[in-house]
Design a protein around this ligand. Structure first.
Ligand SMILES: [Zn+2]
Length: 197
């Protein structure tokens, strides 16, 4: 089996998922690490680059949408798999920057199949950091306060900072990283907007 020694980083806020994935994938010969949210995942990636990132989409703090888009821009060589129990089928959900999608609960066999097929997936050419792909930010909660704060992670320096946003969803916005001054394009996503049938 190819891909045996691949390094996998599992990101999920549910401890049980992290434990199960680590056990099963470890038994299959993968080197598995796990992180409980996007921020921890970026720290792990900083320490050692994984070959494959397997990330839940709906997590508190930094969502999987955001993590995948940051990793896609900063570390284009990493294979990315989105996973969720809120989307169905094998299509990558709209807005998720991933090579493949694993529907939670569809069985470890199907996950192993996805992992085994990854080397055949054509990689995008490494994108320059000026790439237009936006960073996706998931709004915290469902509140309708006129102004909310979100946390943005800079795809260039990987540090995070708070950003006040108004209530208009779906518009491409632009800001500047407060740490390294890189321009960052981002878009606010509502989890519920993406629950397409
Ligand atoms: Zn920065």
């Amino acid at each position: 089996m190819p891909n045996r020694k691949a390094k996998v980083l599992v990101v999920d806020d549910e401890p049980l998922i992290r434990t199960t994935m680590s056990l099963v994938l470890g038994e299959m010969g993968y080197h598995v690490r796990s992180a409980e949210d996007g921020f921890c995942a970026l720290r792990e990636i900083h320490q050692e680059m994984p070959d494959i990132l397997l990330s839940d989409l709906d997590m508190p703090g930094m969502s999987g949408f955001e993590l995948l888009s940051v990793v896609g821009r900063r570390f284009p060589a990493v294979h990315k798999i989105a996973m969720s129990g809120a989307y169905f089928g094998s299509e990558v959900p709209c807005g998720a920057s991933a090579d493949a999608f694993y529907q939670k609960g569809s069985g470890m066999d199907s996950l192993l199949h996805i992992l085994g097929a990854l080397p055949q997936i054509k990689r995008h050419a490494p994108q320059p950091s000026s790439s237009a792909e936006p960073v996706w930010i998931q709004r915290n909660g469902h509140g309708s306060a006129p102004e909310t704060c979100v946390t943005i992670s800079c795809p260039v320096c990987l540090r995070s900072f708070p950003q006040a946003i108004d209530d208009s969803d779906g518009l491409m916005r632009e800001t500047e990283c407060i740490h390294c001054s890189s321009p960052i394009q981002y878009e606010i996503v509502q989890p519920s907007d993406r629950m397409t049938a």
